[in-house]
Design a protein around this ligand. Structure first.
Ligand code: IPM
Ligand code: MN
Length: 359
């Protein structure tokens, strides 16, 4: 197969982890005889530094016509004082809206050998394998009216959801549950918010189309607690935009490191694939970031955007093999010696090749 993949390295550790994921993609492509054209473009603070807007037109056009997009991270403290539309983050928000990427899939599982890497006891973590399905183009992130008084005396945002927005994300969650353990936990704040009451009602309606999938509802505060106390209890977590942002970081922490988490943002156009961890400016440029979240995002890209299931599985197996061989970046080292971003990427790429030869 031939595929055109746009790379958006962006800010902070973004360029390092995208280079790592690109190396794994290239080796996987060669191994399975595909032609992946990897095409880098500017985004976020990296674009601002070149006096371009955070999401240059040329970048957006390249993404619109690509088969898939792999992004590193956006976010740069140098631009913290700017108004919302001129910050690096606005590039991502515009892109999600423009490409109609309403569904964000964030799987979080405990990898073999990493059950002692995080804050939880191994016996609590054992069996953890959840998928956060986060609504990505609605809610407080986009609701109007929004603003801040010129004198700084008050500010406001709007939480808004339409029935249609809830229905379509609910279907994504129930469809995903059918490929997993057939359980959906819908997370809301229906004891306080009208949007949540509509959410609950619409999700319950969609659930009737999926009699083979079990549904329960949970308040977001209680869900946050249960992720910390009993993460293995969850299969698919279905939730709105801001709740999903928060709960997915928590899920990353409990499985050992946010650096392990990949994501897929899908909708009508080409999908956008990115690690959940963000730009992490404090560790940028030092070859110490964990590339696994980005590498697993590349695997999700192959599976979801290019329908290359075997190739995606080969990358996931290679991550497991690299971890089995004892390779650790600093965030998951838990006292062992750590290797760098590039070294971890080569260990994974090598394992793709040896794994494929063995098969
Ligand atoms: C994420 C990030 C983004 C979000 C930021 C960078 C806009 O935290 O993808 O989780 O809040 O959605
Ligand atoms: Mn986030």
């Amino acid at each position: 197969m031939q595929a055109r993949i746009v790379l958006l390295p962006g800010d902070g550790v973004g360029p390092e982890v995208v280079a790592a994921a690109a190396a794994v993609l290239e080796r996987t492509g060669a191994q399975f005889q595909h032609r992946f054209t990897l095409e880098p473009h500017d985004i976020g603070g990296a674009a601002l530094r070149r006096n371009l807007p955070p999401l240059p037109d040329e970048t957006l056009q390249a993404c619109e016509t690509a088969d898939a997009v792999l992004l590193g991270a956006v976010g740069d403290p140098a631009f913290d004082d700017r108004p919302p539309g001129q910050r690096p983050e606005s590039a991502l928000l515009q892109m999600r809206r423009h490409l109609k990427l309403f569904a964000n899939l964030r799987p979080a599982r405990v990898w073999r050998g990493l059950d002692g890497a995080g804050p939880l006891k191994p016996e609590v973590l054992s069996g953890t394998d959840m998928l956060v399905v986060r609504e990505l183009t609605g809610g407080l992130y986009y609701g109007e009216p929004r603003g801040i008084e010129a004198d700084g005396s008050a500010a406001w945002n709007t939480m808004r959801y339409s029935r249609m927005e809830i229905e379509r994300i609910a279907r994504v969650a129930f469809d995903a549950a059918r490929t997993r353990r057939r359980r959906v936990t819908s997370v809301d704040k229906a004891n306080v918010l009208e949007t949540s009451r509509l959410w609950r009602q619409v999700v319950a309606g969609v659930a009737r189309e999926y009699p083979d999938v079990a549904l329960d509802h949970m308040y977001v505060d209680s869900c946050a607690m249960k992720i910390a106390l009993a993460p293995a209890a969850f299969d698919v977590i279905l939730t709105e935009n801001l709740f999903g942002d928060i709960l997915s970081d928590e899920a990353g922490a409990v499985v050992g490191s946010l650096g392990l988490l990949p994501s897929a943002s899908v909708g009508e156009g080409p999908g956008l694939f990115e690690p959940v961890h963000g730009s992490a400016p404090d560790i940028a440029g030092r070859n110490i970031a964990n590339p696994i979240g980005a590498v697993l995002s590349a695997a999700m890209l192959l599976r979801h955007a290019l329908k290359l299931d075997d190739e995606a599985a080969a990358i996931e197996a290679a991550v497991a093999a690299a971890l089995d061989a004892g390779h650790r970046t600093a965030d998951i080292a838990a006292g062992r010696s750590a290797i760098g971003t590039r070294e971890m990427a080569s260990a994974i790429a090598d394992a793709v090749v040896t794994g494929a030869v063995r098969r």
